[in-house]
Design a protein around this ligand. Structure first.
Ligand code: ADP
Ligand code: MG
Length: 299
């Protein structure tokens, strides 16, 4: 007995109609293609189609090569848009890069350590980085440069100052929106907190900061800079117990970079003779211990 015919396995067929060569209406084809590219959100291909096709023809690419060429243009354009949007969202105060950092000007920094941090493995692991040093030695520059590296690798980054962050949390507490604000600052994979210790904090700031650091602990990375050594953070937060609890979490999986040296800003001025060199030449100074520059006598 003949076995009953098995039904054909389902196939994912796409309804495609190819017009015969004679029937092609070029104007209609161009319009349809434009619409399809829009619908598929292939904006770069759509906008540059004529140029890309001409270039593909000039290079005598076969169909597969031409398709890869078009896709590469779309991917590059999408990546560029993602980058510029992520940079905007990160709120960096200025553009600084690692290429623009003169390591010779700051010998206390190990370039290998910074280049290693630039790989962003620490961000992938949820580790923290603490940058310590007196004003003008390049802490914010390095924060922005490392932040940009993290954005380039696809991580969400937010840059803020300690004052802005803590001001926002204090306000949140007063207005009953603390939870929303803590959640907002917990979201980015890397939170950069600039300039802790420069200005006095509100009494409850330490406790609020502790709440944020606890939330981010082992989840997302914190890159924080301060002009005060960690031993002085109990003074910064005005509470020894809170400062110890913050440091316990912050330093558990962390890389600490201590910069000792002169302000880069004042270097140029010293060179031009506007300021006298510090006593003992440009030897390194402790954190926060850079004496104010001495104005040079009028010649
Ligand atoms: P800090 O945050 O430690 O106070 P900044 O990062 O704001 O210092 O540095 C002050 C200025 O000097 C910035 O414009 C920064 O780009 C520049 N700068 C500091 N150190 C260097 C360096 N080693 N190479 C190049 N520029 C530097
Ligand atoms: Mg700074």
């Amino acid at each position: 007995m003949a076995r009953s015919k098995q039904p054909a396995p389902p196939t994912a067929t796409v309804a495609t109609t190819f017009p015969s060569a004679e029937a092609v209406d070029i104007a209609q084809l161009v319009e349809d293609l434009d619409g399809m590219l829009s619908r598929l959100r292939l904006g770069a291909i759509r906008e540059q189609l004529d140029g890309l096709l001409e270039e593909a023809a000039r290079r005598q690419l076969n169909l597969r090569e031409a398709l890869a060429w078009l896709c590469a243009a779309e991917v590059a354009s999408k990546e560029q848009r993602r980058l510029s949007m992520a940079m905007t969202i990160a709120h960096f105060p200025f553009v600084r890069t690692l290429e623009g950092f003169e390591f010779e000007a700051q010998p206390s920094i190990d370039p290998g350590k910074i280049r290693d941090l630039a790989t962003c493995r620490w961000v992938a692991n949820g580790d923290n980085v603490v940058l310590l040093g007196p004003p003008g030695v390049g802490k914010t520059h390095l924060e922005v440069a490392l932040g940009r590296e993290a954005v380039a690798r696809g991580y969400t980054v937010q840059f803020t100052t300690a004052m802005e962050l803590l001001g926002s949390l204090v306000k949140g507490q007063q207005q009953g929106t603390l939870e929303v604000r803590l959640a907002q600052y917990s979201k980015p994979k890397l939170l950069i907190i600039d300039e802790l210790g420069y200005l006095p904090l509100e009494p409850q700031a330490g406790h609020l900061f502790f709440q944020l650091i606890s939330r981010r602990y082992e989840q997302g990375s914190v890159l924080i800079s301060s002009n005060r050594p960690v031993e002085e953070w109990d003074e910064v937060f005005g509470d020894q117990v809170v400062a110890a609890a913050i440091l316990d979490r912050l330093l558990h999986h962390s890389h600490v970079v201590t910069i000792r040296g002169d302000s880069y800003r004042l270097r140029e001025k010293r060179r031009s003779g506007l300021f006298r060199p510090q006593a003992g030449g440009s030897s390194s100074s402790g954190i926060g211990g850079t004496p104010p520059p001495t104005p040079a006598k009028e010649a």
